[in-house]
Design a binder for this molecule. Structure first.
Ligand code: M6R
Length: 602
């Protein structure tokens, strides 16, 4: 499927171009291969766009051309139509009086484009988006006002779209449409704004409205009119965001990723406060037939939870990668699918959810994004409390997913009588110790930086563990590979002898997750196997484990903790390790190549 994962921003306020560029910078994590801005001035559309990142774009901008009070902007991640000036948004119609920015996929754009070309429309890009301004132009030629022409166009378009549209016919208005892709409106004392997500709005307002699917909004200064695309007014429901701007910025850290790693104690503390009523509603959905589904890091949270549920509840739940779900699972009647996605917008996970719902499953969503598609599609959901995560690599959202899923597991255990009240109380108390233990672990991470320097030139690494920490190992490998471009594999340590060990030669890096739990003895056996082939061993161990220190070339000690907490504690040094390795290799850990924060393509 062709698609874009992009950030869009629009505003009605003084100095619109500057505000748009500021907003786009906060959306750059969504895509960063090209950028563009269009504003209305002197009843004309002034357009500037180019390939490259926003700072580069600003550097080359002729600011005398861009001034005005109404405008839209876009930051793009291309999969179809090369990243180049022509394909960058905004896109205009033939008369150059309508400008559109879009995030989504138009499934029938080829057919629409052919029809429009037959009517004489001229296209200048390879994007699907460009049909939108031309369709609006057609409607307006037939006498429709701007908003009605947008509605008419929207009805003919198949696919996902978050769009912001401006036109010189009504130069004080901005039209916003949402179908499947996210869009948020903000109204502040100095103007009205619209963006792909909340952090982009925070410098201007905390009063936001999350647009629902198939709605269209007309924004004027001081006025928001909301309707369903099919007709019918909708009462705008604004709410006040509690995140402050600082939470969405780097707070003095050099990168979002490291800031977000250090945010983890607070994020976990906040997630531990999930109200029991929410947990109960979620727990009531769970039966003995449970699937856990997610992608990437969120899948690792699923895998970890499958071990936890098996151990604590005696239920064998099945973790399934979202991208494989529709092929791997068929018997869903009477089941519950726990869909885990920090963004709540991952196309693979949404597809699994829709498939499962269609086959009679109930859906429990675990997400960090209130108002996201997952929350809309789920029978119940738990919102993790990470605040915005900007770095492409998932860090704090992973630990809060594990926290929420652990809380859920304990609650289900209590309700189903599989955990006694006493055990429930003591394990809940253990969970409450987690933020302090994470702080303590972070406090020791200077050593990880030294090890990152030592290993930063390696070309390969294995991340190995047994039991629940296989998920931790896989997460450590994913973090390293996605931001440092070192080939890394995470897998169960017992599997080495079935193939991978043939790769091991002198100095091959093996990272073992080896806390003091029931698997420790067998993990030591696996370390010895690798050592015998000349591997370099870096182990994550429980403090004071002298035997493991002895058999490892390097080690990092996490604090002594209950087994339940080791997956979280052991993840922290692995995140910090990946971050520093990327830095030592001269790479930007916040924006790894070929990736985007929200993967809304199948
Ligand atoms: O938003 P989601 O949690 O659904 O995202 C799923 C994956 O795309 C995501 O976890 C990805 O693997 C991260 N970049 C890993 O750091």
């Amino acid at each position: 499927m062709v698609s874009f994962v992009c950030g869009i921003f629009g505003c009605l306020c003084d100095g619109a171009p500057q505000v748009i560029l500021d907003g786009l910078k906060r959306l750059e994590y969504r895509g960063y291969d090209s950028v563009g801005v269009a504003v209305i001035n002197n009843n004309k559309i002034a357009l500037e766009k180019d390939k490259g990142r926003i700072d580069q774009f600003i550097g080359g901008l002729d600011e005398t051309r861009l001034y005005g009070e109404v405008g839209v902007g876009h930051t793009r991640w291309a999969t179809h139509g090369a990243p180049c000036k022509e394909n960058a948004h905004p896109h205009l119609d033939c008369t150059k009086t309508i400008a559109v920015v879009h995030n989504g996929v138009l499934e029938n754009f080829l057919q629409l484009r052919e029809e429009l070309a037959r009517k004489g429309h001229h296209f200048t890009s390879n994007t699907d988006t460009e049909v939108i301004p031309h369709m609006i132009e057609e409607g307006m030629k037939a006498g429709l006002p701007l908003k009605e022409a947008v509605v008419q166009a929207t009805k003919s378009i198949k696919g996902s779209m978050a769009c912001i549209i401006i036109g010189t016919s009504e130069p004080n208005k901005m039209i916003c449409v949402r179908r499947e892709s996210p869009l948020v409106i903000g109204v502040g004392p100095k103007g009205a704004y619209c963006a792909s997500d909340i952090p982009a709005l925070l410098p201007f307002t905390k009063r936001v409205l999350i647009m629902q699917d198939d709605t269209i909004a007309t924004l004027e200064r001081g006025r928001v009119n909301l309707e369903e695309i099919g007709g019918g007014a909708v009462e705008p429901q604004f709410s006040n965001v509690t995140w402050d701007l600082k939470m969405a910025e780097k707070s003095g850290y050099p990168h979002f990723m490291i800031k977000e790693i250090y945010d983890q104690p607070v994020a976990i503390r906040d997630t531990l406060k999930v109200p029991e009523t929410f947990l109960d509603r979620a727990a009531d959905l769970l039966n003995d037939k449970i699937y856990l589904s997610g992608s990437g890091t969120s899948y690792h949270a699923c895998l970890s939870t499958s071990y936890m549920m098996s151990r604590l509840l005696g239920i064998d739940v099945r973790p399934v990668l979202s991208s494989e779900f529709n092929e791997a699972v068929s018997d869903l009647q009477g089941s519950t699918v726990v869909a885990v996605s920090q963004s709540g917008e991952t196309a693979d996970t949404l597809s699994a959810v829709k498939y499962a719902k269609g086959k009679g499953a109930k859906i429990l969503g675990i997400t960090n994004t209130l108002g996201s598609s997952i929350t809309v599609l789920s029978n119940a959901y738990i919102c993790t409390q990470s605040g915005p995560e900007i770095g492409v690599a998932a860090t704090k959202t992973f630990l809060t997913q594990l926290t929420a899923l652990d809380l859920l597991t304990l609650r289900v255990g209590l309700k189903k009588g599989r955990i006694s009240e006493g055990d429930y109380r003591s394990m809940s108390q253990q969970m409450n110790r987690l933020p302090r233990l994470i702080e303590e672990t972070l406090g020791r991470c200077e050593k990880v930086k030294e090890l990152a320097l030592k290993y930063s030139t390696r070309r390969n690494a294995f991340f190995l563990a047994r039991g629940i920490n296989v998920a931790t190992a896989m997460e450590g490998a994913l973090k390293l590979k996605e931001i440092s471009y070192i080939h890394a594999e995470g897998y169960p340590a017992g599997e080495s002898k079935h193939g991978p060990i043939s790769l091991v030669e002198r100095d091959f890096l093996c990272v073992f997750i080896a806390p003091r739990d029931a698997t420790r003895g067998r993990v030591i056996g696996n370390i010895m196997e690798m050592k015998a082939r000349g591997a370099e061993i870096f182990s994550i161990i429980t403090e004071g484990d002298e035997e493991l220190k002895e058999v490892s070339n390097e080690f990092f000690e996490v604090p002594e903790a209950p087994d339940l907490l080791y997956p979280m504690l052991c993840t922290v040094p692995l995140q910090v390790f990946a971050y520093h390795v990327a830095n030592f290799r001269g790479l930007d850990p916040d924006k790894p190549r070929n990736l985007a924060k929200s993967v809304t393509v199948l």
